[in-house]
Each structure stands twice: as C-alpha cells, then as structure tokens.
Design a protein around this ligand. Structure first.
Ligand code: 6GU
Length: 224
C-alpha cells in the first residue's frame, strides 16, 4: 500500500511515522508513506498556500492551486483509490472504515488548516472526507496520523501475529475482554482461575462472556 500525505506541516508527521507501527510496516516493505510539503507546490514567490476567506474575512483558507498541482503530479504517476480530506465535518472513522481502507492500493491524504480548504478542492479533488471524532483539532495532521495507524496495523503481514488485529476491540462490535500476565497474584489480586486451567474451550467461553459484559457496561450502543 502507498499513502501520499499532503500537508503544510510535514515535520509533525515525520516523527510519528518513524516510531510507530507504521515504521514497522514501512521497513517490511508493506507500506510506503510519502509526505509532500504543500509549500513546495506554491506558485508565488512568497510560497503562500493560504489566503483570506471571501465574504467572511477572518481565518485563513488553503488555496486550491498548490493542492491541485500536487494532486495532479501524483495522479500522473499512478491511479489513486481515494483522495481523502481530513476534516471535523467528515464521515466518522471507525473500525469498519479502517478495514475497508486497509485493502486499498494507493491513497492520498490531505491535511487542512482548521479553517479548512477552498470548497472547490472538496468538490473537484476529494473522494472521501474523514473525521476522527466530534471535537476540533487545529489541523488535520494528527487526525491523519491516527487514520494511518488504524489502517497500517490491519494490512496483512504488519503485525507479527496476524490474528491479534482480528481480536481487537471493535473488530466484532465488542470490546476486548480483560487480559492478564504474570504474576498470578499481586497484592491479593488474582488472575481468574479459568485462564490458568489450560482448557481452551472454557477460556474461549469466558472471554466471550466477559467481552459481552464489558460491552454492555461501557458501550451498550455497540450492541444495538
Ligand atoms: Cl480530521 N481534522 C480536524 N482539524 N479536526 C478534527 C478532525 C479532523 N477530526 C476530529 N477533529
């Protein structure tokens, strides 16, 4: 999979991509991430990529020319399955969306300022708008990093134990059951007996039951 990021703040993304699960995916050759600095596509001598909003004045808006020029450059090289714009008014990211996107070959992710981009970018270039939740961030970079982390770990071969992504919370609309490691007892708190029993069927039954209990308690909305 190949992901091309378009951003005014490339530094914000580099550190994340060099340390996370995404780093592992990249060194295994399963995922390639390229970060493009929007400023490199500005066609004016001040390298200006944003401007005042027509009519409302206050707040800077990303201009269409540098974005269009960057996107067209990329499209000359390959076809893209999606051109995603990170925005708080987009479709909310969930595990299902991450699953779907993890199967794509090439995607572009555009990160905006909080005041947004010229509407014509959204009308003519963007195929999908994604939000990571109902709150406002000052830019799309952190949201884009969240999106790529959620996708990256689902690409087959990225996690060493492939089944571990399949048993995550949300994968079957249930929260994950509790897990334990050594010691068996700590300050009077014991590991549930069944987990020490070696009886796989019993353990599976216990895990399903606790996943259901936990979901009922903390996220009943997932069960409806
Ligand atoms: Cl994708 N962008 C921004 N700026 N804020 C957000 C968001 C995205 N998702 C939630 N808040």
């Amino acid at each position: 999979m190949r992901i091309d990021f378009i951003t005014c703040l490339p530094e914000l993304l580099y550190s994340f991509f060099n340390y996370s699960i995404v780093k592992r995916a990249q060194s295994k050759g399963i995922l390639t991430i390229n970060v493009h600095n929007l400023r490199d596509y500005a066609n004016n001598k001040h390298k200006q990529v944003d401007d005042y909003a027509y009519g409302v004045g206050a707040g800077m808006v990303l201009k269409i020319e540098p974005i269009d020029s960057c996107v067209q450059n990329l499209k000359k090289e390959r076809e893209y399955d999606e051109v995603i714009y990170m925005t708080p008014d987009g479709e909310k990211l969930d595990q299902k969306m991450a699953n779907t996107l993890s199967l794509k070959k090439n995607i572009i992710i555009l990160c905006g300022h909080y005041k947004g981009v010229d509407q014509r970018v959204r009308d003519s270039l963007i195929t999908k708008e994604v939000s990571i939740g109902d709150y406002v961030l000052s830019g799309g970079e952190l949201a884009g990093a969240v999106l790529v982390d959620s996708i990256g770990r689902l690409i087959p071969g990225v996690l060493s134990d492939e089944t571990s992504a399949l048993t995550d919370s949300f994968q079957d609309n249930l929260l994950a059951p509790p897990i334990y490691t050594r010691p068996r007892e700590y300050k009077g708190m014991e590991v549930p007996e069944v987990l020490l029993s070696g009886n796989d069927a019993k353990i599976e039954e216990w895990r399903s039951e606790l996943a259901l209990q936990k979901t009922k308690k903390f996220r009943p909305d997932l069960l409806t």
